[in-house]
Design a protein around this ligand. Structure first.
Ligand code: TSX
Ligand code: MN
Length: 580
């Protein structure tokens, strides 16, 4: 059935190593999908939701609920190519270790072979890959998030495709009963071999650890592939914005976690006549067109979004997207067979089964849904999906937005003074932690370009790659930086956020079209204070705060050593001159 000899050989090698009971080549049909879902229901991994058509709830093992950054490795041939922000181990050594873990790891299970394509099937910017996994849960999720099966199989070349190997790391002995969420947290490793374009992931069945197409391939491997081939893989949403005159511009946006990226990607604008449509909510692959413009495709086919906090007020379009044909992980279950999570309704139901499978009432101390609870759904169901979602050439980008969650210092909105200054703003991005992430709340964390856990090579080389994008024949899109999260003296948010963020986008639009005057400052071009409600507070520049920011940035930039581009030191120098 598989004509590709190279793929055939790899499957045989992996079958010998992992020793599954059987091998199933995934073709992508509806019947095949229904059979896999039925298998998951029979094993009680999936709980059918009575109140939601063709939708299922999975409860993970309590020790397998999020990405594991301390077990994630970039095994480049040279250590310095992984850089100071990644874990590194010698590739030969790590391969031996992983082969040891994978040996016999699929006993008692089926080995699924999943050819898949990242990006629209007919796009020259798409890339093909193949995942081998022993998890039916992974296969059905990949069917939502990528283009799987025969069309992708036909695109696989001889040798030149990305190989992803995944096992939950729990072989079953004869007669042994499987757990509802098999995994092996003690031995979990997510290992990337960028030069070989391979990912080996062992021990976890959750999200980014197990769906290797997403963070592992579309970001970590793709950053390194793009660097060699001259394109960019970014942790960015892509939106199409239409003004009341019917004109349209596309933007990309990079935000650290807990800034509401998916909410911005599906925004319901409060300004009359404005419309926002969604191309993607997480990853953008960008390339320069013959027209000198920057073009972007969304390599993904679905959304793997955080459920907690999603409500009719924060993101009505996400709720409409998941009305049916959706998978949920670690949300709470209602008595009538629907899902619930903190924030979904103002008043919680009187009784729930929480994400751990225990009874829950509003008096309970613990959260009903895990803060990292998720939905998986096809993008096709999004009511504001952009008509160019699958355009082979992608969409032309008019502006790039960076942002962070900062209660002080960083103004609501500004435009970078130049491409180089914009790269400096991206590199200097930091964000305050929330209860959704582990560790202390309110702590400031650097997250350059929101790529800290996702850059597959040396971060300083990545900064340099961004700087190198500027060329005379290219029409560089303006770069903006936003912060929706400034607080006043009473600790209240100053900016209303959400649908009102369209006002910030409108200002960007007018700047792009050269229709808006701005205040040139050391921080960038700032809006005139009168143009925004509470502009005095939103655009205040406090010298002492920026002195602290400069010191902090200096210490951070030093951690990148000799590779840190001089241009970014120059930009920091200019900022210091302005404030010291
Ligand atoms: O997603 C958010 N966005 C972007 C929306 C397009 N959130 C949620 C962040 C957690 C994921 C926001 N939270 C935003 C925002 O713009 N702004 C805020 C802060 C905020 C919270 C509540 C209110 C106002 C601002 N208002 C009331 O509670 C009434
Ligand atoms: Mn993300």
């Amino acid at each position: 059935m598989i004509q590709n000899e190279y793929l055939q050989k790899w499957i045989e090698e992996m079958r010998t190593l992992c020793q599954p009971d059987s091998v199933q080549i995934i073709t992508g049909t509806d019947e095949e999908n229904q059979q896999l879902i039925q298998k998951l229901v029979d094993k009680k991994t999936f709980i059918p939701l009575k109140k939601r058509q063709n939708s299922y709830l999975a409860r993970s093992n309590v020790d397998d609920v999020a990405r594991v950054e301390d077990r994630t490795f970039i095994c480049s041939n040279i250590k310095d190519d992984a850089g100071p922000t990644n874990n590194w181990a010698p590739p030969d050594e790590m391969r031996k270790k992983m082969e040891g873990l994978f040996k016999g790891s699929m006993r008692g299970r089926t080995m699924y072979v999943v050819p898949y394509c990242m990006g629209p099937l007919k796009s020259p910017w798409s890339r093909v890959a193949c995942t081998i996994t022993d998890s039916a849960y992974v296969v059905v999720n990949m069917r939502m998030m990528t283009r799987i099966g025969d069309p992708a199989l036909q695109m696989l070349g001889n040798n030149d495709f990305v190989k992803c190997l995944h096992s939950v790391g729990k072989p079953l002995e004869k007669g042994q009963q499987d757990s509802t969420w098999p995994c092996n947290p003690k031995d979990t490793y997510i290992v990337h071999f960028p030069e070989k374009k391979e990912v080996w992931s062992f021990g976890s069945g959750y999200g980014g650890n197990a769906l290797l197409n997403k963070k592992c391939f579309a970001l970590r491997l793709a950053t390194s592939m793009g660097r060699k081939e001259g394109w960019m893989a970014e942790h960015m949403l892509i939106i199409g914005v239409t003004n009341p005159q019917g004109e349209k511009k596309y933007f990309t946006g990079a935000f650290p976690s807990a800034c509401g990226k998916t909410n911005l990607a599906m925004l319901t604008p409060t300004l009359p006549g404005w419309k926002v449509e969604c191309v993607g909510d997480d990853i953008a692959w960008m390339h320069w067109g013959d027209d000198g413009r920057l073009w972007a495709i969304n390599p993904e086919a679905g959304f793997f979004g955080v459920a907690s906090g999603t409500s009719p007020k924060t993101n009505i379009n996400a709720l409409k997207t998941i009305e049916k044909n959706a998978f949920f992980a670690n949300v709470a279950l209602t008595e009538d067979g629907d899902v619930w999570w903190e924030g979904l309704t103002d008043v919680p139901p009187k009784h729930l089964i929480d994400w751990k499978g225990k009874d829950w009432t509003p008096e309970s101390k613990e959260k009903a849904a895990h803060p990292n609870s998720r939905f998986t759904v096809s993008a096709k169901q999004c009511p504001v999906l952009d008509p160019n979602f699958e355009a082979p050439q992608g969409v032309p980008i008019s502006g790039i937005i960076f942002g962070g969650r900062r209660s002080t210092t960083v103004p609501l909105l500004r435009q970078a003074l130049s491409w180089q200054h914009g790269v400096f703003l991206g590199a200097g991005t930091s964000s305050e932690t929330t209860a959704a992430a582990k560790g202390a709340v309110g702590e400031l964390r650097h997250d350059p370009f929101s790529m800290l856990p996702f850059c597959g090579y040396n971060m300083a080389d990545y900064f340099a790659f961004w700087l190198q994008q500027e060329k005379p024949e290219r029409k560089m899109p303006p770069i903006f930086f936003v912060n929706w999260f400034l607080k006043d003296k009473d600790g209240k948010f100053i900016w209303p956020g959400f649908g009102d963020n369209i006002q910030a986008i409108k200002w960007m639009w007018d700047r792009i079209d050269n229709k808006k005057e701005a205040e040139k400052t050391a921080l960038g071009f700032l809006p005139k204070k009168e143009e925004f409600p509470r502009g005095d507070e939103l655009f205040a520049i406090r010298k002492e705060e920026w002195q602290k920011e400069c010191d902090d940035l200096q210490n951070y930039f030093k951690t990148f050593g000799q590779k840190m581009p001089k241009e970014l030191w120059d930009e920091l120098g200019k900022l210091k001159v302005a404030f010291f």
